[in-house]
Design a protein around this ligand. Structure first.
Ligand code: ADP
Length: 548
């Protein structure tokens, strides 16, 4: 028997329609690419998204067509998100930090019809276009006065000119909510990037899950600043979740250094922000220098890679900001887990609470999880057994976009293989030890590179650390710790580093060597690139090997 309920599709346009109608006076603040602060409201944003939507329709854009964006977090990019998806086309956000050949690959693989770009990326797109023959034109997010020299772009279009003559009255089209809405590629640490193609429905369900108190707890009383770029898994869903709540939104533009972020956090009284640990490292270093404070900031989401304990302690104990440690991936829209306590944790002391927060979070309603051994057998959720993490749920991809060789291995039996290794405890908290390809195998046992790194960065003279497995004739692999010293910690030496680790890690985890470098390689999403690091150290031989 069918229910008697309204059959209303869950479309992305309904988010901005809600915010534009019922939070019409709430502000969206942007640090523009040109420099000055721009302010307008959710109502303005919806009107302009409608203008852009109609301009795209006039350009012949149809449902399912892909439009690439190469842009920072700004109000115009937000309008593009809603304008494109709102008419059933697909917003393909592109990470400008991909290597040129990867950029070329994703634009062609997605078959982008137009590119929507910030002025910063004109040069990058000039170089790309000769290799992207299907792109019909490039829409530059600027007004006439700020248009750069675009003479070398194919069919360049000034965004403000394009939308100027369009009406802000437009009925968002209604269609099947299983239709594609947005496309993000993984940064492709090995091989070509792979596309995750999100649906309208999956995006809305993800947004609703995201705003719940046991997840990010967003509300109309928040001022939300996604520092995580809108080209990194849709800024982790915040542009959608923000519209669902009608909160104040602050978009930081192109400058993501510690000082720029600090200035916006304080001047706009941001209560909620989110980014990868690398960003927060820069913010905390800047605050240390200027003796700053974060009186308005309540919560910071830290994810994308493991949040070091020392970073968490600084945010919480020194600045009074609650850290929400989160785990997810492009293929999961991206949220998998967020670390919030349960009722049973009410009485925990400071140290125990911090211990619990080391977990990358606990299972949310909407995502189910299990860990399996190398033969695919399910392991117990006892907080001890570790295995590969598999996930299932309505905002997780069933397959990659247009992949010639179907990725069945990724979603066999309806479970997606994450490639992460973790333990799950009976409360659903996950304890990630590594990516499968980064584990250090010593004498048949696994050493967690993440745990080693986290302990190492707890040393006040360590800015960043990476642990990788190096070949060893007896043990198979042994850990090498590669360390970047802080500016004031240049006198740190190997012995001091090893002394610091002693007692904090199992003895057999002790790195066979510590090497100091000026900087560590990072991926396009600001994470440590173990692949590049292993490449850099491919001729390196551990002293324990040469010693026999
Ligand atoms: P990429 O950075 O490869 O483009 P993603 O942003 O999708 O792609 O990265 C997802 C991966 O990041 C996860 O599979 C996991 O290995 C890692 N990751 C994300 N959050 C955490 C976390 N809190 N702790 C440890 N690893 C994490």
């Amino acid at each position: 028997m069918l229910a008697k309920m309204m059959d209303r599709p869950l479309l992305i346009s309904s988010l901005i329609a809600h915010a534009g109608k019922w939070h019409s006076d709430q502000e969206i603040v942007t640090k523009t690419v040109e420099g000055p602060i721009h302010r307008y409201t959710w109502s303005d944003a919806e009107k302009r998204a409608k203008k852009f939507a109609q301009a795209l329709l006039k350009k012949g854009i149809k449902q399912g067509d892909r439009i690439g964006t190469i842009a920072w977090n700004t109000y115009r990019h937000l309008e593009a998100y809603y304008g494109i998806s709102g008419i059933g086309a697909v917003t393909h956000t592109i990470n400008p930090r991909l290597f040129p050949e990867q950029l070329e690959y994703v634009v062609n693989h997605a078959d982008d019809q137009f590119l929507v770009i910030d002025t910063t990326f004109v040069g990058l797109v000039e170089a790309l276009l000769p290799k992207a023959p299907n792109v019909k034109g490039v829409i530059v997010l600027a007004n006439k006065a700020n248009m750069p020299d675009v003479s070398k772009l194919r069919n360049p279009i000034c965004y403000e000119d394009l939308i100027a003559s369009e009406s802000d009255e437009f009925a968002w089209p209604q269609f099947d909510d299983n239709s594609a809405a947005a496309l993000c590629y993984t940064s492709g640490t090995t091989g070509n990037p792979k596309g995750a193609l999100y649906a309208h429905k999956s995006t809305i369900i993800h947004a609703l899950a995201q705003i719940a108190p046991d997840c990010m707890g967003l509300s109309s009383r928040d001022t939300v600043m996604p520092v995580v770029p809108m080209f990194h898994v849709n800024a982790w869903g915040t542009p959608y979740a923000a519209a669902a709540t009608g909160c104040k939104l602050v978009l930081p533009g192109r400058h993501l250094d510690g000082r720029s972020i600090y200035d916006l956090l304080t001047s706009e009284k941001v209560s909620f922000t989110a980014a990868v640990p690398t960003i927060w490292m820069m913010l905390l270093a800047h605050m240390q220098e200027i003796d700053g404070n974060l009186n308005d900031l309540e919560r910071v989401v830290i994810g994308g890679s493991a949040c070091p304990r020392a970073m968490m302690e600084t945010f919480q104990n020194k600045y009074g900001v609650q850290v929400l440690h989160a785990w997810g991936m492009t293929e999961m829209s991206p949220l998998g887990t967020v670390n919030t306590p349960k009722m049973k944790h009410n009485g925990l002391g400071e140290v125990e609470r911090m211990d619990l927060q080391q977990s990358a979070g606990r299972v949310l309603y909407g995502v189910d999880m299990k860990i399996v051994d190398e033969d695919g057998n399910t392991l117990p959720n006892d907080g001890k057994a570790t295995g590969e993490l598999k996930v299932t749920g309505p905002w997780i991809i069933s397959d990659y976009f247009n992949l010639a060789e179907r990725a069945e291995a990724h979603a066999e039996d309806g479970w997606f293989s994450t490639g992460d290794v973790c333990a799950i405890d009976p409360d659903g908290y996950i304890w990630i030890t590594d990516r499968l390809k980064d584990v250090i195998k010593s004498g048949g046992e696994w050493i967690s590179s993440i745990d080693l790194e986290n302990v190492a960065v707890g040393h006040p003279k360590v800015a960043e650390a990476a642990a990788i497995g190096m070949p060893h004739p007896k043990w198979d692999e042994r850990p090498l710790l590669v360390v970047v010293k802080t500016q004031s910690g240049q006198d740190l030496d190997k012995q001091q580093m090893l002394d610091f680790l002693e007692g904090k890690i199992a003895k057999w985890w002790t790195p066979d060597d510590v090497v100091f470098v000026d900087e560590l390689p990072h991926t396009a999403t600001g994470k440590l690139s173990k692949l590049q690091l292993r490449e850099r150290f491919k001729d390196y031989v551990l002293p324990t090997v040469t010693a026999g």
